[in-house]
Ligand binder design. Structure first.
Ligand SMILES: [Zn+2]
Length: 91
């Protein structure tokens, strides 16, 4: 797989966030039909608790997971106190 300059795939976005601020932890979060994307499953990249500009839309949770698979990340199950649309986190 080739990654040109400006590639916005999850792998490149993760690398960009790591390179920008080494003290910030990049975390992918999956949301199932959030209020601002009611027809999609959305993956957003956060650094600590702050959303970044990186966001991807998918039709299913499995497709969202597949986009993160292979990055060498761990899946963190949702906490009961999380918003209902929050599926899980990957870091
Ligand atoms: Zn890329």
């Amino acid at each position: 797989m080739s990654h040109a300059d400006g590639c916005r795939c999850p792998s490149c976005a993760y690398s960009i966030c790591r390179a920008m601020r080494r003290d910030l932890l990049p975390i992918f979060q999956i949301f199932d039909r959030p209020f601002d994307a009611p027809d999609h499953v959305v993956v957003r990249l956060f650094t600590n608790d702050q959303p970044t500009v990186f966001m991807w839309r998918h039709s299913t949770v499995d497709a969202a997971r597949a986009s993160l698979d292979g990055l060498g990340l761990y899946c963190i199950p949702r906490d009961p106190s999380d918003p209902p649309t929050h599926v899980e986190s990957w870091l």
